[in-house]
Ligand binder design. Structure first.
Ligand code: ZN
Ligand code: FE
Length: 256
């Protein structure tokens, strides 16, 4: 079994991603921001899409589903049980702790309410690859739209607990703007300064800043660092509950 991942930009700042199991020939797309772009990416790789793994109900993640289904008859669409009614046309509804098999590949489903109330992440534990949708971004996290702010802290903590080497693919290329905000919180974080420089160089060449890793995010992403004294101090909440510190950081980012 060999696992291949192909990431491609689409729409204005979304990512499409495909994961392919060369043994079985099965291929899954993670979300369908733009049906034509997903279909073109699969064809360019010579892969036939067999599965589509949906993270959450927002249009920029599901609007391509009908086109992808039409292009690949027999496609299995997997999505969050808690958002199935809103998304529609889901073949397999998944919830926390479920496993999804793509040939020999196996993803564990992690629910991370916050950005949306039913959002799920797909973690291929053996391959150490996580697809985090709009929950965890590089140097950032999704806007908390459907739960109280502290709920998102608990959700991010589940992803932060994954092995540090885990490769993280997410829904958007927001890293450069996220870096500017992160530096406003932790200007003295040398890992963050180095990451911001690397991100700037990649974007100047038109290259993606993803995937990232859990270890890199733990060292640089302010939203995962609400327990760090320097971060707490930066937002005037030394010694406070990390969920409250997270909430304050998220509020500041919303108006940054
Ligand atoms: Zn979203
Ligand atoms: Fe999105």
């Amino acid at each position: 079994m060999t696992t291949h991942v192909f990431q491609f930009p689409c729409l204005s700042d979304n990512f499409g991603v495909l994961i392919h199991d060369s043994g079985s020939g099965r291929t899954a797309a993670i979300d369908a921001p733009d049906g034509e772009a997903v279909i073109a990416a699969a064809k360019a790789q010579g892969w036939k899409l067999t599965d589509l793994l949906i993270t959450h109900h927002h249009a920029d993640h599901v609007q391509g589903v009908p086109a992808v289904r039409a292009a690949f008859p027999g496609l299995r669409v997997v999505g969050p049980a808690k958002e199935a009614a809103r998304i529609g046309a889901i073949d397999v509804e998944v919830k926390e702790g479920d496993y999804v098999e793509i040939g020999a590949l196996k993803a564990r489903v992690i629910e991370t309410p916050g950005h949306t109330a039913g959002q799920v992440n797909y973690v291929f534990e053996e391959d150490q690859i996580a697809f985090t949708g709009d929950t965890l971004f590089s140097l950032g996290c999704g806007r908390v739209l459907e739960t109280p702010l502290p709920v998102m802290w608990s959700s991010l903590a589940k992803l932060a607990a994954l092995p540090g080497e885990t490769q993280v693919y997410c829904g958007h290329e927001y890293t450069e703007a996220n870096a500017r905000f992160a530096l406003s919180i932790e200007p003295g974080n040398v890992d963050l300064v180095a990451r911001a420089d690397a991100v700037k160089a990649l974007r100047a060449k038109g290259q993606p800043t993803l995937p990232t890793t859990i270890a890199l995010e733990l060292a640089t992403n302010p939203f995962l660092r609400a327990e760090v004294p320097a971060v707490q101090k930066a937002v005037g909440l030394e010694g406070a509950d990390p969920a409250q510190v997270f909430a304050e950081i998220r509020r500041r980012k919303d108006s940054f």
